[in-house]
Design a protein around this ligand. Structure first.
Ligand code: AMP
Ligand code: ZN
Length: 469
């Protein structure tokens, strides 16, 4: 399995630090608003990476943070006249709802910056001790960028070029910096802002330090994959590397993965530019599975332009798979033979070729576009090679294969089936028998099971009646 490493700018063979296990950290959103579909791109992409790794048999420890202390959160809290935590908690909850609706698996851990201040104070202390950081007169702590000799290795930037071309890096209020390349680890509080005590001043952390600290706490000093959108390569990830490697004396992440932007009219979709759709906006018009399909229809390292036409194409692509699965289910219900014929055995063997194609595409730096093409080929194969004479075993083999490969992409293609009238009546009959035998536990179980499927029972003098809720 190969993946493109931003650090080496090459596709590299994936070999985890520990056999069978993957430690993965994905930079999460700053929570001051509903997430937009640009933020959804890394969520869907890296969730798919995780699902594929799990399908390959790896145990994945997946950590993704919420940045819950930040200027934008504080500004919104002041506008609404509430504590910053009210804003961040509200949007963390909303973000989790969106992720669930997009079928993004919950992370193993979702650390929040405000709950990890202790670790940040520790790491900043270590950096000062080791001579990689210094304290300004007002208590601001800066990372001494030039003290980390390998600075620039991820973004392939040269320190002198950075210095020459970026005089503007020295912004007002940061005039205690010894060098314009230095960046903030800890800064003094301003009036009305949340703050924490520290040996240097009452204040709050800079943004970069949180990821170095959370990654270390939940995954260890060295991890396998660190990921995020490509805007994070510089300075965020470059600064994370400098902090972590200077503090721990070990390489930080083995592989760096970055998704390209989701654009609109060929410009990056972003809150600040105002050219965005929230995931919620999209959910009013489309099943979010269509959004997921749309994201996976391009390679994650290529820019993707959002448009109504592409969403419509995604809708019909997704529906093609759903329809095929639903047709297979119909045939399955009505099939008359159980086991595969010799002909079907040969076809089932042939169908495995599509799984191989799918795996090859995903093994090649997660080429989800080609992986989806392999699912399409399998769908076409199933549509042409099944009919009312097909055996249950054959139909099920094909259906399971389509559902399984779609699931690796996080696509739900088998709609919950409505219960058949005959199944409902059989359960009601069983409930009556249980009640006569005074087995009320079983009788209640059956009532609840039916209720969970939207079937409501009513006990009347004429017997039990039922209706679909
Ligand atoms: P933010 O809340 O801006 O820190 O972003 C959270 C994540 O979304 C980061 O990994 C960003 O790189 C990513 N991101 C933000 N906007 C876009 C976009 N238009 N396309 C792709 N990724 C994005
Ligand atoms: Zn980060």
């Amino acid at each position: 399995m190969k993946l493109f490493n931003t650090m080496s700018r090459r596709k590299e063979e994936f070999v985890p630090l520990e056999e069978g296990k993957v430690r993965m950290y994905v930079c999460g959103p700053t929570v001051y608003n509903l997430i937009h579909i640009g933020n959804a791109r890394p969520m869907i992409i890296f969730d798919t990476v995780r699902r594929y790794l799990e399908y390959k048999g790896y145990e994945v420890n997946y950590v993704s943070n919420f940045t819950d202390v930040d200027d934008k959160i504080i500004k919104k809290a002041i506008e609404e006249g509430v504590e910053a935590s009210v804003i961040s908690e509200r949007y963390i909850a909303e973000c989790k709802k969106d992720m669930q609706a997009m079928n993004v698996k919950p992370a193993t851990t979702y650390p929040k910056a405000t709950e990890e201040i202790c670790g940040m104070l520790d790491m900043i202390g270590t950096l000062i001790e080791k001579g990689h950081a210094y304290v300004g007169e007002d208590g601001t702590v800066y990372f001494k960028t030039r003290s980390f000799k390998e600075y620039g290795k991820l973004s392939h930037k040269n320190l002198d070029d950075l210095q020459g071309g970026n005089r503007s890096l020295l912004v007002t209020g940061e005039d205690q910096k010894q060098d314009s390349l230095d960046f903030v680890l800890w800064k003094p509080k301003k009036d009305g802002e949340p703050y924490w005590e520290s040996p240097w001043c009452n204040g709050r952390p800079g943004w970069h330090i949180e990821c170095s600290v959370m990654s270390k706490k939940y995954l260890g000093e060295e991890i396998d994959i660190h990921a995020g959108g490509e805007d994070l390569v510089f300075p965020h990830h470059e600064n994370e590397i400098a902090q972590s490697e200077a503090a721990n004396g070990k390489p930080f992440a083995k592989y760096w993965m970055h998704n390209a932007f989701l654009n609109i009219d060929n410009r990056k979709m972003s809150k600040s530019a105002g050219n965005f759709f929230t995931v919620r906006d999209i959910s009013e018009k489309y099943d979010l599975q269509v959004l997921r399909f749309f994201m996976l229809s391009a390679h994650y390292r290529s820019p993707l332009n959002f448009s109504a036409e592409l969403m419509e194409a995604a809708r019909s692509g997704y529906e093609r798979i759903v329809t095929s699965v639903s047709n297979l289910n119909y045939l399955l219900e009505n099939a008359t033979s159980d086991t595969m014929s010799e002909d079907e055995k040969r076809l089932a063997e042939e169908a495995k070729g599509f799984e191989t194609k799918f795996d090859e595409a995903m093994d090649d730096d997660f080429n989800t576009a080609d992986a989806i093409s392999a699912i399409f080929e399998l769908v076409k194969f199933a549509n042409t090679n099944t009919n009312a004479e097909s055996s249950r075993e054959f139909l099920k083999t094909l259906k399971d294969e389509i559902v399984m490969l779609s699931d690796v992409c996080g696509l739900i293609v088998e709609k919950q089936q409505e219960m058949l009238d005959s199944d409902i009546e059989a359960l009601i009959e069983e409930r009556q028998v249980a009640r006569k035998a005074k087995n009320f536990q079983r009788a209640d179980e059956i009532r609840n099971e039916l209720l969970s499927k939207g079937i409501v029972l009513e006990d009347t003098r004429e017997g039990v009646k039922w209706k679909r809720a």
